[in-house]
Design a protein around this ligand. Structure first.
Ligand code: ZN
Length: 162
């Protein structure tokens, strides 16, 4: 059984037990939450989120990219969110690669050098600040009320980044 088959198996019979408001696509808390794809970050559990409360965006690192701005523009202008919460974390995979090192690896394997940024970082707080600044200076967003945090994957604690 593949991992996807496993997930389909778990989903069967689960859908009717999901709590939360399903009547509208507009998140009731009016917040968009961006975090890393890291498998240790159980977003809904960490924040006690119910279905219908928040937009949850994820990518490698939980970094603000052009595609995140695309989603935030839709989230704010069409679905009514007002705040952006960025949650990056300790022990992130993006701290184990370098911008040029990973691009070199991909270019060597494929013959093509990526045009996108890897968004590798050494200090997670610096990466959170960079992402917060991208939200604050994004011309397409209506609301730039953004707060950033580092989630400790070992303790479950959150530290705000200023
Ligand atoms: Zn990560």
């Amino acid at each position: 059984m593949s991992a996807i088959d496993e997930l389909l198996s778990r989903n069967a019979g689960l859908t009717e037990r999901v709590l939360g408001d399903r009547s509208t696509p507009q998140p009731s808390l009016k917040v968009a939450l961006l975090t890393c794809m890291d498998a240790r970050i159980r977003v809904f559990a960490i924040f006690g989120l119910l279905q219908g409360e928040a937009h949850v965006l994820r990518n490698a690192g939980g970094v603000v990219t052009d595609d995140v701005i695309r989603s935030l523009a839709l989230s704010q202008r069409k679905l009514g969110t007002r705040e952006v919460m960025i949650v990056q974390h300790t022990n992130c995979g993006l701290q184990t690669v370098t911008e040029d090192g990973f691009k070199d690896e991909l270019e060597k394997a494929s013959g093509l050098r990526p045009t996108w940024s890897v968004e590798a970082f050494r200090e997670v707080k610096d990466s959170v600040r960079t992402s917060m600044n991208r939200v604050r200076h994004a011309p397409y967003l209506l609301y730039t009320d953004v707060r950033g945090f580092v989630y400790d994957v070992h303790t479950g604690g959150l530290t705000e980044v200023f």
